[in-house]
Ligand binder design. Structure first.
Ligand SMILES: [Zn+2]
Length: 355
């Protein structure tokens, strides 16, 4: 991965390069920004530059050839520790920080980060999905952040600084990632020839809210058709009407037999709804809505009929979408969960329940 394969985020990279050069690199970094815009990829690349054995330690360059660079790519570098939320869990298990009961404090990230570097001069820990720390995990981590070993660099990746405890925030350098501009996303989609027939790269780039990850999910004719129908359905303020529940089922089942693939589709359904209500909220607050034609049209229809023009109800709908996303992750009875969700969204959007 060369620097030019990390898309965008020049300011983040520049800031990091400067602190590295001046030898004032903080021990803890909180990398925040919306999902799917490249925080993890960029952080991985920063780690690779710092562990590369061919390039000077205070320069943000990775040779991509030495065995250290290759080990980072393969996630086998002994000085790179990665903690992330297992796909089937709602939170990061505390064992990943302090070891299992039998090995308490003799394993896990908080233990491992304090061990002397094996290869070079640094140990680097990356905690992805840091939104999903539980209280116990956060407390253990906090002790490490209070007195990190001089050779340790710890990155926490999070969707927003408000998702972190003030005690963690205050010990971190906060780095804010911005959504990618549509032009940059458009370029990637075109370069990789990912635009489905009958659609344009501009349309996809405008539809993804600056998230390349979302653009890649949407780059499929079936998904784009479903998205259009779904947004039109949401615009009626009655998402559960017209048997739309079944349409969601059909879209999800079309992912095949694999339950993980189905769950991903269901999460996309929730994510699209969440984005829709967020745009409605913006429109009600008279903020500009930056989106593709379908989203903009459906959001306008909904906002015009929104009861009392109350943005707070729209915010509650966004929250309700977040709740359903975590229920889907937790493998709850999906049919029941989705039906209850659609019902609540409709009642909220029509002003039948108040916040
Ligand atoms: Zn290298």
């Amino acid at each position: 991965m060369h620097q030019n394969s990390v898309l965008g985020h020049e300011q983040v990279i520049e800031r990091f390069a400067q602190s590295l050069k001046s030898n004032r690199l903080a021990n803890t970094w909180l990398m925040v920004g919306p999902d799917g815009i490249g925080k993890r990829l960029t952080t991985m690349w920063l780690a690779k530059c710092m562990l590369c054995e061919k390039t000077p330690a205070n320069e943000l360059v990775a040779c991509e050839e030495c065995s250290a660079c290759q080990q980072v790519d393969a996630l086998t570098h002994p000085d790179l520790l990665l903690v992330e939320k297992p796909a089937d869990k709602n939170l990061i298990p505390v064992e990943l920080f302090i070891g299992t009961r039998e090995k308490r404090m003799r394993a896990g990230l908080c233990h491992d980060i304090a061990m002397k570097p094996f290869r070079g001069g640094r140990r680097i820990a990356i905690i992805d999905d840091a939104d999903f720390l539980n209280q116990e995990g956060a407390n253990c981590l906090l002790k490490t952040l209070e007195e990190p070993p001089a050779f340790a660099i710890i990155f926490l990746i999070s969707s927003g600084e408000h998702r972190q405890l003030p005690t963690i925030r205050s010990r971190s350098q906060i780095v804010r990632f911005q959504p990618l501009p549509p032009e940059q996303i458009q370029e990637v989609l075109e370069k990789k020839a990912l635009v489905p027939e009958g659609h344009s790269s501009r349309e996809l780039a405008m539809a993804c809210d600056g998230s390349l990850q979302l653009a890649l999910k949407l780059a499929d004719p079936e998904t784009l058709d479903f998205r259009r129908d779904w947004l039109e359905q949401l615009a009626t303020l009655d998402p559960g009407a017209d048997d739309f529940f079944e349409s969601i089922g059909t879209f999800v089942d079309a992912a095949g037999k694999d339950s993980a693939a189905k769950r991903l589709r269901l999460q996309l359904v929730a994510d699209l709804a969440s984005r829709f209500y967020r745009h409605v909220m913006m429109q009600l607050c008279e903020q500009p809505v930056v989106a593709d034609e379908t989203m903009a049209r459906c959001v306008t229809i909904a906002a015009e009929r929104w009861p009392g023009g109350d943005a707070e109800t729209a915010a509650r709908c966004v929250e309700r979408c977040g709740e359903v996303a975590s229920q889907i992750r937790a493998n709850a009875n999906q049919a029941l969960v989705i039906e209850a969700w659609l019902c609540d969204l409709g009642r909220l959007a029509r002003g039948e329940i108040t916040v």
